[in-house]
Write a protein that binds this ligand. Sequence first.
Ligand code: 6PG
Length: 247
Amino acid sequence: MTKRIIKVFQTPRELAESCASEIADRITQSGDKNSVFSIALSGGSTPKILFGILADQYNEKINWNLVQLFWVDERCVPPVDPESNYGMTRTILLDKIAIPLKNVHRIRGEDNPFEEAKRYSNEIRGSVKIKNSLPAFDLMILGVGDDGHTASVFPYNHELLTSDKICDVSAHPVSNQNRITITGKVINNSDSVFLLVTGQNKAPVIEAIVHEKAEAAKFPASYIDPAAGPGIWMLDKAAAELIKSDL
Ligand code: 6PG
C-alpha cells in the first residue's frame, strides 16, 4: 500500500496559497541550516496558479538566493514558444522575483532532445545533492494529467519509471510532441514531492490511485512513492469528489 498524504482544498487558488506557504516555510528552514534548496517545477494549469502567488506574495518573503530552480519536464520547443514550461514560468514568476540567473536551470527545449536529456542529466547531477547514488531534490512539484501521467511519463512509457537515466526523452501520446522528463527513480528519490491536482476531469484518476484500484496500475502517477516520505497530494474539491472521505 503506497502511503499518501491527501489534502483537499475548496478551490485551486486555496490549494496554491497553501502550497506557496509550505514552500516558503521549507526554504526558510533550509536557510536556517545555511543550505541551498533545490526545487523541480512542472508545467500545467495548477502550477501556473502557484507561480502567480509566489510572484505576487513571496518575492520578499523568500530568500531566492537560496533557491536552485529546475524543471521536472519540458516540451521540446524554444523557450519563447507558448508551449514552453520554462517560458510560462519565466513570464509568471521568474521575471518578478529576485532569483539569480545562475540559480535557474532550464531544460533547453530548442536543442536535440536526446543530447539535451544527457546534458540536463549532467547539470542535475552536478548541482543537486546525491542520495542513494541519485540526485535528491529537496522538493519536486508535480501535476497529474487526466490520463494519469505525471511529469512527462505517459501511460505507455512506464519504463521511464524505472530507468537508470536521470532524464530521458518521451513523446506526448496525442500530439507526439517530444518531451524531456526527469525519470521515476529520481522523482521518488526527492526529499519531498507535492502533487497538485485540480479539476473534475482528474477525479476518476484520483479515485483509482487513492483507492488503489486495478486500473491505477496503468497510471504513472500511481507509482509516485518517495522513499523519504509520503507524497503530498494537494487536491481541489473537484478532483477529490470521487474519493471516500473516510481516508
Ligand atoms: C506538462 C506538465 C504535466 C502537467 C500535467 C497536469 O509539461 O504538461 O509537466 O505533467 O503537470 O499534465 O497539467 P494540468 O495541471 O494543466 O492539468
